[in-house]
Design a protein around this ligand. Structure first.
Ligand SMILES: *Cc1c(COP(=O)(O)O)cnc(C)c1O
Length: 370
């Protein structure tokens, strides 16, 4: 039986050659390739600084440290996200404050942010989930009124835009993922972007064992306790080749999404997630909402169509049980609805129209059958 995967990483001959070139160069850790990847992100996004790290999760942790988050501080996160968003807050010892999302966009509920702010709130981590950009007109008003920092979990959102500005150049600091589930991937990896020079310098140092500027050509100078979150040149070479083709890859994803829209138009019992007004969705994932989602998902998988839930509801995870360091504000109705109904359909470079038609036909059948 034909198998239709959820994703297929963009690994071409050009990518393989780039990796071989790095292997032959003998430079295997962070070096010219990683710097070129950082430059490619800076150029594409138009931001001042882009710093490669080992993952989005370590990037979020590093960004939280750079902006000065520590125990006792509160950081607001949406309930509907990959748990890493909130794990990073706990890893730096701060208190996680969980608020609901809008069930149609699956993005953080802006009113709920305002309702959860206390005098201990230092930052909010809105998540441009699945590549849907956030409403920065709203977020910036909240930021100005309450004086909090916006750290965007942009794991899914390279290529997304809000009013023409690239994600990565909208928040105070943003973090992208290069995990294979995202369409620009280095296997594992992440990129932090910001326009804040002091934060960028701190991050550079922290990810390089706490090194500062050398005091002589012979010896490095260690200024602080740091760690090793360097991204190797072997990995960076993969992402660098993909970044050369990013606009073409995005156009394909948008075209495939439009085709799903056409095929699904008017089908009873299915709704499609809404894109933020004024935004360009990067279509990291194409999500629909269906009843009996788990039944539908099981049936499609039995037919070799790889579908997946959207993401997780933090309030349903034991790791985020309410405690002195984890507050859940509100009933999470929007998030729980998305957690129970969202279904992600196959979407990758090279997915044929017939295959999309096949997926939709099997999906409609499955909905009838369960
Ligand atoms: C994928 C993802 C992460 C984790 O990214 P890693 O690079 O695997 O650490 C975090 N947040 C969101 C919203 C994600 O989709």
């Amino acid at each position: 039986m034909k198998k239709i995967p959820l994703i297929r990483p963009y690994i071409t001959q050009e990518v393989k050659q780039a990796v071989c070139d790095v292997l032959e160069s003998g430079h295997l850790t962070e070096g010219p390739m990683t710097q070129a990847l950082e430059q490619a992100f800076r150029d594409y996004i138009g931001c001042g600084y882009a710093i490669a790290v080992t993952s989005c999760t370590t990037g979020l942790e590093t960004a939280l440290r750079a902006i000065g988050i520590s125990p006792g501080d509160e950081v607001i996160v949406p309930d509907y996200t990959y748990p890493a968003t909130a794990c990073a807050v706990r890893i730096v010892g701060a208190t996680v404050v969980i608020v609901d999302v809008d069930p149609e966009t699956m993005l953080i509920d802006y009113d709920a942010i305002e309702g959860a702010i206390t005098d201990r709130t230092k930052a909010v981590i809105p998540v441009s989930i699945f590549g849907n950009p956030l409403d920065y007109d709203r977020l910036n008003r909240i930021k100005e009124r309450f004086g909090i920092i916006i750290l965007e979990d942009a794991a899914c959102s390279i290529g997304a835009r809000y009013r023409g500005v690239c994600v990565g150049n909208l928040a105070d600091i943003s973090v992208f993922s290069l995990h294979p589930r995202k369409f620009i991937t280095t296997g594992e990896g992440g990129i932090i972007t910001t326009n804040n020079k002091a934060w960028a310098e701190w991050i550079q140092s922290y990810k390089h064992f706490g090194m500062g500027k050398a005091d002589s050509r012979l010896k490095a100078q260690f200024k602080r306790i740091g760690t090793n979150y360097k991204l190797s040149d072997i990995q960076a070479a993969v992402g660098l080749v993909q970044m050369r083709h990013i606009e073409a890859l995005l156009e394909t994803r948008i075209r495939l999404s439009e085709r799903y829209h056409e095929f699904l138009e008017g089908s009873p019992g299915i709704s499609i997630s809404r894109v933020t007004a004024g935004g360009r969705h990067s279509r990291q994932s194409f999500c629909v909402f269906v009843g009996n989602r788990d039944g539908v998902m099981t049936r499609l998988r039995e037919q070799n169509i790889e579908v997946q839930i959207g993401t997780y509801s933090l309030s349903r995870q034991a790791a985020f049980s309410p405690s002195s360091v984890c507050r859940i504000v509100g009933d999470m109705a929007g998030s729980l609805w998305a957690f129970d109904h969202c279904l992600t359909l196959p979407l990758f470079e090279g997915l044929a129209a017939e295959d999309q038609q096949f997926v939709v036909a099997r999906l409609l059948e499955a909905m009838e059958a369960v």
